[in-house]
Write a protein that binds this ligand. Structure first.
Ligand code: ZN
Length: 160
């Protein structure tokens, strides 16, 4: 599991990597911040993460992420399309190009992974099995969390 830690003001504290079953009492992040994880009731019966180990919040949501390479593929697809419209590429080169794009697309679909994010401190958890009861981001829960944590919220510009 890779953890991207944020403090309650939303400041990035760096990352840390934890092997499955590893529950250190204290550790250091990649930005040399001391981090004391809260492991109490952090895992459910199946050993999946249930609570945020940074702030102890019970509310986490799942979020699908796409690798940065996607932008490159879109540009490449547009270039291939433009070349075919202009008649610059036809026949075999075109076919090879489209096949390569298709393979890259499928690979990206397989690579894209889900991340678990804490509603309260926005700490992100990568490369882990996400329990079924964690849902996608929910406006109502987010609003409730924000109201409950207003004293920590330094940039509550929108009141929606
Ligand atoms: Zn948290």
């Amino acid at each position: 599991m890779r953890v991207e830690v944020y403090d309650e003001q939303g400041m990035a504290m760096g990352e840390l990597n934890l092997d499955p079953g590893q529950t250190p009492a204290r550790t250091q992040t990649s930005l040399s911040h001391e981090f004391i994880p809260d492991w109490e009731r952090a895992h459910d019966d199946e050993g999946n993460l249930r609570r945020c180990i940074a702030c102890g919040c019970d509310h986490l949501y799942r979020h699908r992420t796409l690798p940065r390479v996607t932008g490159f593929v879109i540009v490449l697809a547009l270039a291939v399309a433009a070349a075919s419209v202009l008649g610059l590429a036809s026949g075999w080169p075109m076919l090879v190009g489209m096949t390569a794009l298709l393979i890259i697309d499928v690979a990206i679909l397989l690579w894209r992974n889900e991340v678990l994010i804490c509603y309260r401190c926005r700490t992100r958890y990568w490369d882990l099995t996400i329990a079924r009861y964690h849902n996608a981001w929910n406006r109502r829960t987010a609003h409730r969390m924000r109201r409950g944590e207003q004293r920590f919220d330094v940039n509550s510009s929108d009141s929606a």
